[in-house]
Design a protein around this ligand. Structure first.
Ligand code: GLN
Length: 286
């Protein structure tokens, strides 16, 4: 047993604690939480590995380890998550941005021309990670971000301010399932990562997800497809003719979503994520 109070020894103990509690990413989690406690980078930890950690910091660090130990995601403990190289604030009101969603954003970027002023609609925006990254990368675009949760929109607004694109972002609080007709503009691009988990499998998700992330952001209704059905049914109202739509989808939903789109869209494509699961469906409005 290592009992000392140097940074190196304390991090070792934290790592062992997380490992014993079944945290599969114990190594990285122990390090990220220590960097958060000390507001420092990797290099600092290496250079100061033999320094003694003062007792206040030690206590703070182990309070984070206790939270992680019972399954709270690291991003909710630190209050931030990196997405496409940008730092996003996250709270329990929003889903933590996933690496898989970078596939969606990359596909929108690949199909967009930065020299043209684009009007983009991001439905079910949550933390704003998708819309705000697009606003960062496409210097002439304007993004309208929609969410049913006022608390989520507040997080998105803060992220837009922190990343200095708030002057090109608009925020609308409405329920995509019932109020979509309030959107009285046709956009060039509609992008959405809606809730898409079937209600009856929500309870089978990893504890870290189901016990901490908002079910409002995950629950896609009885067949997991209610948001796609609704958005596609309103396509003419919210998307210009020849405009592009991009959906993130669950690994087994590509066929169903593409099928729903086929009467209103052409050039329907499915893209895979880094794990080679179908993750994005795209189409052009007829
Ligand atoms: N990809 C998320 C998960 O696996 C779900 C995201 C969503 O429902 N939009 O937890």
């Amino acid at each position: 047993m290592i009992n000392g109070d140097t940074i190196k020894e304390i991090m070792y103990r934290a790592r062992e604690t997380l490992k014993n509690f079944g945290d599969e990413t114990y190594d990285i989690d122990a390090k990220v939480l220590l960097k958060h406690t000390l507001s420092c980078d990797d290099m600092y930890l290496v250079i100061h590995s033999n320094d003694i950690l003062n007792s206040d910091k030690k206590q703070e660090y182990f309070s984070y380890i206790e939270r992680r130990k019972v399954g709270e995601p690291v991003a909710y403990i630190t209050g931030k998550k990196e997405f496409m190289g940008f730092n996003f604030k996250v709270t329990k009101d929003v889903l933590i941005p996933r690496p898989d969603t970078e596939t969606l954003v990359n596909e929108v970027l690949r199909c967009s021309n930065d020299r043209r002023s684009l009007r983009i609609l991001d439905l079910c925006t949550g933390s704003g990670a998708i819309g705000i990254t697009l606003a960062k990368m496409l210097s002439f675009c304007e993004v309208t971000m929609v969410d049913v949760s006022m608390d989520a929109l507040e997080v998105a607004r803060e992220n837009a301010i922190d990343l200095m694109v708030d002057h090109r972002c608009e925020f609308m609080c409405l329920d995509v399932l019932s109020d979509l007709s309030y959107i009285d503009e046709q956009y060039d691009i509609v992008v959405s990562n809606p809730p898409y988990i079937r209600s009856d499998v929500l309870h089978t998700l990893m504890n870290d997800v189901k016990d901490y992330e908002p079910s409002l952001a995950l629950d896609g209704g009885e067949d997991g497809l209610v948001f796609y059905r609704r958005i596609i049914s309103e396509a003419e109202q919210i998307l210009k003719k020849d405009g592009l739509i991009f959906f993130e989808i669950g690994y087994d939903q590509a066929e169903d979503v593409a099928d729903m789109m086929k009467n209103k869209f052409r050039d329907i494509y499915v893209m895979k994520d880094l794990g080679l699961n179908p993750r994005v469906v795209r189409g052009s409005r007829i």
